[in-house]
Each structure stands twice: as structure tokens, then as C-alpha cells.
Design a binder for this molecule. Sequence first.
Ligand SMILES: NC(=O)c1ccc[n+]([C@@H]2O[C@H](COP(=O)([O-])OP(=O)(O)OC[C@H]3O[C@@H](n4cnc5c(N)ncnc54)[C@H](O)[C@@H]3O)[C@@H](O)[C@H]2O)c1
Length: 255
Amino acid sequence: MLKEKTVLIMGIRNKWSIAYGAAQAAYENGAKLIFTFMGEENREKIEELISEFEGSKAYTCDASKDEELVELFTKIKAEYGKINGILHSIAHANTQDLRNDFINTSKEGFAHANDVSAYSLVATCRIAKELDVLSDNASIVAVTYYGSTKVLEGYNVMGVAKAALECSIRYLASNLGPEGIRVNAISAGPIKTLSAKGIKDFNSILDVVEEKAPLRRNVTTKEVGNAVTFMLSDMSRAITGQVVYADSGYSIMGI
Ligand SMILES: NC(=O)c1ccc[n+]([C@@H]2O[C@H](COP(=O)([O-])OP(=O)(O)OC[C@H]3O[C@@H](n4cnc5c(N)ncnc54)[C@H](O)[C@@H]3O)[C@@H](O)[C@H]2O)c1
């Protein structure tokens, strides 16, 4: 599905990352991969992790800093020319804002979660566009969660950030659509990643999905990656501005 496509995967941290599952799926479907990760001190670990994806390369990028995004896309343009897709698999909130009641979220914590988890997608799209890195019919995909529309204890400010992310997807899809560029989100079911460990009682969320979701099981990063691959591919050419759930069907249930 992604033969002859170059895809930028933003937000790989380890083999449990959704970005890693997405990389596996995209690579199996023929994509050439570029990665971003946080912190130059992690380079060796990341390069070892992505060594299975032949011809791939990794760049550090703090996506909350526009100047780092400019540097990233300038380098990508010089090395690869235009790219066909971007996966934004990035989020962060301060731990205390996931531990305390939502009502106690600080102004700084609210701004931080929204900046890193939602605004970074807007900046990524704008800077990639301005630097002319996106090919015709490019596809941009972000990863979101059900906590954007429903209250889940402990998800707190991250739910607000995901709501902002999902709404941004619609506005970005509208802005970029006339040029053939699509923007969508995959809403992944809960998966035990490093980020998920920050959420209070995360194991009980996994248990409820297993018990109540139509498919009676949790999802894997590879399954989410398969959905991402579809969204990055021409098979989804008529879809933009959407949030598509890859969650064993949990989100359709009432109680
Ligand atoms: N794990 C889940 O249950 C789940 C469910 C639905 C959606 N998601 C979303 O999936 C995405 C990936 O998360 P994950 O669960 O794979 O966890 P993860 O910890 O493996 O990935 C999160 C990534 O965000 C990166 N990041 C944080 N701040 C950044 C910044 N300022 N600039 C650049 N990168 C930054 C981290 O370095 C890390 O690579 C996130 O958007 C998350 O909200 C996760």
C-alpha cells in the first residue's frame, strides 16, 4: 500500500511505542521511513531500534519548538525532496495533571499539554507546507484517544488536548484539502506504552475494554499501525478530516 512512498514517523521512543507498530506496518507495506525522536542522548538506542527498517534515518526534534521543526523539514527537503506522509504520534502532559483532579490543572500544565499534543500538529503541517516538503496527495495522520469525548478518570488535561487535536484535524483538512493533502486521526484503543504508564489506573481501563468491547480484547500497536498505513495510503484517498477508531469497537458501547 505504501510502495514508493516516503513517510515521516514522528514520536518513536521504544518498541512499545505506537510509532514503532506503525513503522512495522508501513515498512511491510513498502514505505521508506524517516523518524523523529526526542533527545540526542537517545540516538544510539533509537538507531538500534530502527535498524530493522532498511534505509531509514532518524532526526531529533522537539515538536513544541517551531525552530526545530524548521530545521527538521529543511534537512528532510535537502535529503529526500518531497515526502508522501507524516505520522504525528506525540503527546505529553505533566504527571501531576494526570494524578490530581482535572479542576486543579494549572494554567502552565494546560498550556503545555495542548502545546505539545495538539499545537505541534498545526505547526508541523504549516512548516512542512511552507518549506514545500509535502508531495501532491500527501497524507498526514495523528493518533488520538476516546478521552477527547468522554470523561476517563486520570486522562484529564490530555482529554482536552486530544479534543483540540481532533478539532485541529478538521480545520487543517479544510485548509490543505484544496491542494489534495489529507489530514486524519486514528483513535487508538488503550495500549500499555511508556506514555500510558503516566495515567492513573491504566490497567483497569485495559480490563474494561477486554470485558466490554465488541471484540472482547485490547488492540496492539501493530493493529493501530495497520490503520495508520491505510490512512497514509491511496486506499483512503476519499477520506479527510476524520477520526477513525481502532479500538476493538469499545467506543460504540453505551454501558
Ligand atoms: N498508549 C495509548 O493507550 C494511546 C491511546 C490512544 C492514543 N495514544 C497516543 O499515541 C501517541 C503515541 O503515544 P504512545 O502511547 O505510543 O507513547 P510513547 O511514549 O511511546 O510515545 C509518545 C512520544 O511522544 C514524544 N514526545 C513527547 N513530547 C514531545 C515533544 N515535545 N516533541 C516531540 N516528541 C515528543 C515522546 O518522545 C514519545 O516518543 C500519543 O499521541 C498518544 O496520546 C496513545
